[in-house]
Design a protein around this ligand. Structure first.
Ligand SMILES: *Cc1c(COP(=O)(O)O)cnc(C)c1O
Length: 809
């Protein structure tokens, strides 16, 4: 099929007629969006079918990426780009007096994730399809994604994210591929032909209905599938009514209970609240996913003993780690394999990515809760653990302390990370530093036991969304300068390096950055009625709000600047606009207090006639993928200031680098690798290194009080939190202040303050030498190709999955 402008025009007109029985001119923008999106789905349909057919025939391995979160954002623009028809569409619509950009802007984000972990899953889907790898997503179709954030009087208010209310044009419901998931019940042992069989009885059945979304590869014919599961009662409304003996209310309650499983995304990936429901969610999508994989596999006619030769299941963090036991259950109870064969196949089929060392995020389930909900799965975990403990004893005799430390079940809980490690052939960290910490500190016992399973895969981002789509002007400039090879092979961006002193290129980059900043300034004016200066330094920190990410360090520094300008209104400072964007988990009080502090300081500064001439502070409401795409191309300074060792990788850092921002950073996560790529002359570092932090964490000796007493600047800003200077109640920021002083500042904010101030002064000076600054920008863009998720996925494919591309004909 070759599309032309006229064909698209004709198709579009027919589409609005068939969908809405309206003339194009009568359609609202959201109708026009729906018509265009529907058309795009039609254009991809042939290849989606072909891809599925070819995958069914090939014996190449299929990869299934299991993730509790897929933070997809919008799809229209990226689908148009990947199909290679965006320019054509733009022209076609223009002739109908329609602005494509406006239609793209009407799409609501699919916000089925919290932050980096969910966005990684989405970037990986894009890369797998673009590299022609047979790789699919498996997750939950939440009716409500991450909450929408409103700022009211400086406070975060959460609004439910009803993203499906106008329908989701990209998905296709597949009723005939529904699966039954069983909860609760009792396990009965039955002897059959001399073999003990286990059967679950009196269980509660839940229907899992899949909704498939096409994942369109860039400039190829591959269309992979993201399969998201929705929970429904097994019985019809009528049967439910009968079933509950005419008790209408009870029938409705039962239905609501089941629908609750896929109702809402937990607004936090690091705590275990709503324990039972969260565990239900995990088992629900894992069980449904594995069931449909096995069904499909068996159609291929291969022996179940070869499952691992044709299927790889990747588990994104511990959330899907119950997959280990579920696959065992199927192989043993349904396929009737013996334990050893089943376990060998399971381990070879599964691979696990660890995302964090934050102890609150290492999932643990109380035994009683788990056993009650998933009795057969619990039995299997017990047996996996019994055999595992034997293995430890064999390998490390007479070390019962080690056995106790490593046991999957211990202290009344099941440790899901340990289950994932024992049941997977590969365990990877997400940046070099993070993997080293896993090997030598956090998971040292396991590394000693399974040394060869451990490996590093530094995270990445799809350069198609984060450069080609988010920054079209910069993308064309890059193509003008080095040709278009970088789009297929992003490492080619390094060809830019030899133009880093080219005046012409510098001027054009400066102009593009300015234009982008102008767009953001307009957005800020429209939305918040605040004027900002596009000539000021745009200094941006956008990411989830968490103490370890240290938005507090940033805002305390801004308060210090405020004080300094107040004392000396003629201070020689390069004008700067500080941007924040961050959602706080609704129950995370310290994080919400931080948001209130940022907004309070912003009000104070933006309304001060003297200070606001030099600095301004903008809190961008409702940070999400589509907002990230607007903001990141405008950054001069990328704030990546987590306490060293706490940010496993970070991916925001990579997006900023790729758009030519200068990174202001601690040597944490992937910042270390940015540093390896651009060197000390092209980024600004500060703060404690790994050794200092580790020293304090292991041996103590830190006193934030002492720093408070000795540093006048810090004493002043910390006292301003409670002395009325901010024009709010003295109790407003009491907890925050206590966390920094009475609780001894867990994340070393005060410790790194001085070094951060100096780093910010260095940024100010560097920016004045603008030719030099632009050279730094170019070098950052040039070196950013290594962070394309295409490279990351190639490494997963070769080192972990052992899978090859399948070219769709
Ligand atoms: C990339 C991204 C993140 C992750 O940012 P970090 O700075 O790595 O924490 C979070 N949210 C959104 C919307 C993103 O696009």
């Amino acid at each position: 099929m070759t599309l032309t402008k006229d064909k698209i025009k004709e198709d579009f007109i027919n589409k609005t007629t068939s969908l809405f029985a309206q003339d194009v001119s009568e359609c609202s923008n959201s109708y026009k969006y729906l018509a265009l999106a529907s058309l795009v789905k039609d254009y991809a349909a042939q290849n989606w079918l072909k891809t599925n057919k070819q995958y069914a025939e090939t014996s190449e391995k299929q990869v299934y990426y299991f993730s509790m979160e897929f933070l997809i954002g919008r799809l229209l623009q990226s689908n148009l780009i990947n199909l290679g028809i965006r320019d054509l569409c733009e022209e076609a619509l223009k002739e109908l007096n329609i602005n494509l950009r406006e239609l793209e802007e009407t799409e609501v984000d699919a916000g089925l994730g919290n932050g980096g972990l969910g966005r990684l899953a989405a970037c990986f889907l894009d890369s797998m399809a673009s590299l022609e790898l047979p790789g699919h997503g498996n997750g939950i179709r939440y009716n409500y994604g991450l909450f929408e954030q409103k700022i009211v009087n400086g406070y975060q208010v959460e609004i439910p994210d009803n993203w499906l209310k106008d329908g989701n044009i990209w998905e296709t419901r597949k009723d005939d591929k529904s699966v039954i998931v069983k909860f609760y019940g009792t396990v009965k042992t039955i002897e059959k032909k001399g073999r003990l069989n286990f059967e679950l009885q009196d269980y509660e059945a839940v229907r899992a209905v899949p909704y498939d979304t096409p994942i369109i590869g860039y400039n190829n014919k591959t269309v992979n599938t993201l399969r998201l599961w929705s929970s429904e009662p097994v019985h019809s409304d009528f049967d439910l009514y009968e079933f509950s003996k005419g008790d209408y209310v009870k029938a409705q309650e039962y239905k609501a209970d089941i629908q609750a499983i896929s109702q809402v995304l937990y607004p936090d990936d690091s705590t275990e609240k709503g324990k039972l429901l969260r565990l239900k969610q995990q088992y629900f999508f894992v069980c449904a996913g594995i069931h449909s994989i096995i069904k499909r596999f068996k159609k291929s006619g291969h022996s179940i003993f070869d499952l691992d030769k044709h299927v790889q299941i990747h588990i994104n963090d511990t959330h899907p780690s119950v997959a280990v036991a579920e696959l065992m259950r199927i192989l043993i109870d349904e396929e009737e394999l013996n334990w050893d064969d089943a376990f060998r196949i399971t381990v070879n089929t599964l691979a696990y990515t660890n995302h964090t060392i934050l102890s609150e995020a290492l999932e643990k389930w109380p035994i009683d809760l788990f056993k009650n909900l998933l009795p057969r799965i619990y039995m299997i975990i017990e047996e996996i653990n019994r055999r595992f403990c034997e293995d430890i004893r064999r390998k490390f005799p007479n070390d019962e302390e080690k056995v106790r430390r490593m046991s999957i079940i211990n202290d009344g809980v099941i440790k899901m990370a340990y289950l994932a490690i024992v049941g997977s052939h590969s365990i990877n960290g997400v940046a070099k530093l993070h993997t080293d910490i896993l090997k030598h500190r956090e998971l040292k016992d396991f590394y000693d036991m399974y040394t060869l399973r451990f490996n590093n895969k530094t995270n990445g981002i799809t350069h198609r969304r984060w450069l080609l789509q988010a920054n079209p002007e910069l993308s064309s400039l890059i193509t003008d300068t080095i040709g278009e090879d970088w789009i297929k092979n992003p490492k080619e961006l390094s060809k830019l390096r030899k133009f880093s002193t080219d005046t012409e290129l510098k001027n054009r980059i400066e102009k593009i950055k300015f234009n982008n900043k102008l767009l953001l300034a307009r957005y800020v004016k429209d939305k918040y009625d605040i004027l900002i200066d596009p000539n000021s330094i745009f200094d941006i920190q956008v990411k989830r709000l968490h103490a370890y990410k240290r938005q507090v360090l940033n805002i305390l520094h801004i308060m210090y600047l405020y004080n300094t300008i107040k004392e000396n209104p003629n201070l020689d400072l390069t004008p700067r606009t500080f941007f924040f964007g961050a959602k706080a988990s609704p129950s995370y009080h310290l994080a919400k207090e931080t948001i209130k502090l940022i907004n309070t300081v912003a009000t104070l500064i933006n309304n001060d006639p003297v200070v606001s001439k030099k600095i301004k502070v903008i809190f961008l409401e409702n940070y999400r993928v589509s907002l990230a795409e607007k903001v990141i191309p405008c950054a001069d300074v990328s704030e990546q200031i987590s306490t060293t060792t706490f940010e496993a990788s970070g991916t925001g850092n990579m997006k900023f680098m790729m758009n030519g921002a200068i990174t202001l950073a601690t040597l944490d996560g992937a910042n270390v690798e940015i540093y390896d790529a651009v060197g000390t002359d092209n980024m600004v570092l500060f703060g404690m290194d790994v050794h200092e932090v580790t020293q304090y964490l292991n041996f103590g000796g830190y006193s934030s009080r002492r720093i408070y007493n000795e540093d006048n600047r810090l004493r002043k800003v910390l006292d301003q939190l409670i002395d009325g200077s901010l024009n709010v109640s003295p109790y407003e920021f009491e907890n925050l202040r206590n966390s920094l002083l009475d609780m001894n500042d867990e994340y070393f904010v005060l410790k790194d303050f001085n070094s951060y101030v100096k780093a910010q002064e260095k940024i100010d000076l560097l920016y004045r030498d603008h030719k030099k600054w632009l050279e730094m920008c170019i070098i950052n863009i040039a070196e950013s190709g290594i962070f394309s998720s295409d490279n990351t996925i190639k490494e997963y494919a070769i080192d972990i999955w052992n899978t090859n591309p399948v070219r769709i004909k």
